[in-house]
Design a protein around this ligand. Structure first.
Ligand code: ADP
Ligand code: MG
Length: 258
């Protein structure tokens, strides 16, 4: 049975999509069958994997709103063992359309049930909000991966996210876990960044991954070439960090399902 994770943080620009693309790639390179689900209308995970959004026929929109199966909508990527459900701009309208739909919070959960036996790991790249798309992710997954940029306002908004998680646990998905908090875009030269790491560790304790993703220009360049860092610059510091986190997430998943 697949381990299903959502990469969430309602703040934009904290490294969700970078984390989604690169963890998905490295987990696949470890021999796991991986599905990446692009749940953000901006579709950065889709384009970052080199898929031309204007050529996409079926997408996340079709899964959520039209009731199409994931099997129909997934596409192969250049990474062996990694499939993607791409996102296109019409997903931007889905939030509003979902409002009037029956069982609007559980659509993604039901869609994923059919593929839990096919993949080892499913990753969902969530949009930067706590709207119905993100709610669908919280209801569908086993655990959350929460990227946090180690900057001054890192913990801002976290209590709101955790309150939402508690509500979802109580009413819709009792087994939801905070899987790992991932520290990203870290600049270890600044004292402030080191202080923020301490603060986040005090707040989340054992959930914080020991592997910190450094601020690394190669990670920014890779998506403009449509490549994950593993194919763009596997020796870069960003690549090495994501490879380590991928192994940690595989172990975490194994421990969960044991
Ligand atoms: P989100 O999905 O949370 O909005 P992104 O992953 O798109 O965040 O990252 C925001 C921006 O920061 C992007 O331009 C991305 O290339 C860049 N970025 C992400 N992680 C790093 C990093 N570790 N070092 C340098 N730049 C990064
Ligand atoms: Mg994103």
């Amino acid at each position: 049975m697949a381990n299903v994770f959502a990469i969430v943080n309602q703040k934009g620009g904290v490294g969700k999509t970078t984390t989604a693309i690169n963890l998905a790639t490295y987990i696949a390179m470890e021999g796991q069958r991986v599905l990446l689900f692009d749940l953000d209308p901006q579709g950065n995970a889709t384009s970052g994997l080199g898929i031309d959004r204007s050529q996409v026929e079926l997408s996340t929109y079709d899964v959520l709103i039209e009731g199409r199966s994931i099997g129909d909508c997934q596409v192969a990527t250049q990474v062996e063992g990694l499939s993607l459900v791409p996102a296109t701009l019409d997903l931007a309208g889905a939030e509003l359309q979902l409002m009037s739909m029956l069982s609007r919070e559980t659509l993604l959960r039901h869609a994923l049930e059919a593929v839990r036996g096919i993949f080892d790991v499913v990753l969902i790249d969530a949009p930067p909000s706590l709207g119905l798309l993100t709610l669908n992710a919280l209801v569908a997954v086993d655990a959350l991966l929460i990227p946090m940029q180690t900057e001054y306002y890192a913990l801002e908004g976290v209590s709101q996210l955790l309150r939402t998680v508690e509500l979802v646990k109580r009413q819709l998905n009792p087994s939801l876990e905070i899987g790992r908090v991932l520290l990203t875009m870290h600049d270890e030269r600044t004292r402030l960044a080191r202080q923020v790491v301490e603060e986040i560790r005090n707040y989340f304790g054992e959930s914080v991954s020991p592997f910190i993703v450094p601020r690394n220009i190669r990670l920014t360049e890779a998506p403009s070439h449509g490549l994950p860092i593993a194919l763009y610059d596997p020796k870069s510091r960003g690549a090495i960090a994501y490879q380590s986190i991928a192994k940690e997430i595989i172990e975490y998943g194994k421990a969960r399902t044991r």
